[in-house]
Design a protein. Structure first.
Length: 330
């Protein structure tokens, strides 16, 4: 039957449970698939500020608000909550969360200086200016402070997908206990909007720094296992054609096709390989480290996550290792 509403918040927290309260046996898997099939309308109206940027979720997707209560009454039901905007019903990242992500990066002062390319920046004073609204110990008026807005998706169509966490607990030898939940699927575009003012650094530099931090740190839950990663490029998925078994013919081995000559030269190519992106040349892989200014050859992972950003450059492996060691000591 599907869900009557297109509001994901109402469907998730109200109508979802209504489907199980009608009596009789209800297939939780079918209801879950009906929920993630709800299509969202385009929501460009959320990009209302001059200082904003768009980023796409990468595989495996985004988990946000899973600490919200959404108990599973029956086996197979979605057991964890999610952050949906109450009015529009779309999944969103609260502005307070965006602010918290950005501020967490300021625990690493060298990282902030490296992003800005200026070792003379007072990172602590900049942190107080951006997040506390204080300059030189004096509070700025509210209309002069930076504002962090909720982040909303602007992708039209289906936004959600199913996910499962198989927790073993403290005993890794026992059978896992699968927990069903939902996530924002990959390649969903979110717009991050701010109201920024010029201060110790320009509003444009703040925006570029914010984009870099969110790209590096991610958002939401389970970022240490790959969730919540953002990129400013669409991630390509190369669908492999399903393998179709040939129809059986009567007559047994007599009707088997004879192998043609030529050996490996005549073997069919893997259909999945036809869509594989070609490797970049050494010239395309050349990067200038923004920290030590040395030229290095980027890895394929660097190409996928950091190339084609224009306004920024990559870090070489030595500088990444050095920064990581400094962070651990702080």
């Amino acid at each position: 039957m599907g869900f009557k509403t297109k509001n994901l918040s109402y469907a998730f927290y109200v109508e979802y449970y209504d489907k199980f309260s009608s009596g009789g046996q209800t297939d939780a898997g079918r209801v879950n698939n009906e929920f993630i099939s709800i299509r969202s309308e385009k929501a460009d109206m959320y990009c209302c500020e001059a200082y904003s940027f768009k980023l796409q979720t990468r595989y495996p997707g985004l988990l946000i608000g899973i600490g919200n209560e959404h108990p599973a009454v029956e086996e197979g039901q979605i057991a964890l909550g999610f952050a949906f905007d109450y009015v529009t019903g779309t999944p969103y990242i609260p502005g307070s969360s965006v602010k918290g992500i950005l501020r967490s990066a300021f625990r690493h002062k060298e990282y902030i200086r490296a992003l800005l390319g200026d070792d003379s920046i007072d990172a602590e004073a900049l942190e107080n200016e951006i997040f506390e609204g204080t300059v030189g110990g004096k509070e700025l008026p509210m209309h002069s402070r930076d504002v962090f807005y909720d982040s909303f998706p602007v992708t039209e169509g289906r936004l959600m997908d199913m996910e499962a966490i198989t927790s073993h607990g403290n005993d890794v030898t026992k059978n896992p206990n699968p927990v069903t939940l939902v996530k924002v699927k990959p390649n969903v575009t979110f717009v991050f909007s701010f109201k920024l003012r010029d201060g110790s650094i320009s509003a444009e530099k703040k925006l570029a720094m914010f984009k870099e931090i969110i790209t590096d740190l991610g958002a939401g839950a389970k970022t240490n296992t790959g969730y919540g990663v953002f990129s400013d490029t669409i991630e390509e998925f190369h669908d492999r054609k399903p393998h179709v078994m040939p129809e059986k013919k009567q007559g047994g081995a007599a009707n088997k096709p004879k192998a043609s000559g030529g050996g490996a030269a005549n073997k069919p190519k893997n259909p999945g390989m036809n869509n594989k992106r070609g490797a970049a040349s050494d010239d395309d892989r050349k990067r200038t480290c923004r920290q030590c200014k040395k030229t290095f050859i980027a890895t394929q992972r660097d190409i996928e996550f950091e190339a084609e950003k224009g306004w920024r450059s990559s870090l070489c492996a030595d500088c990444r290792r050095l920064n990581w060691e400094k962070r651990k000591k702080q």
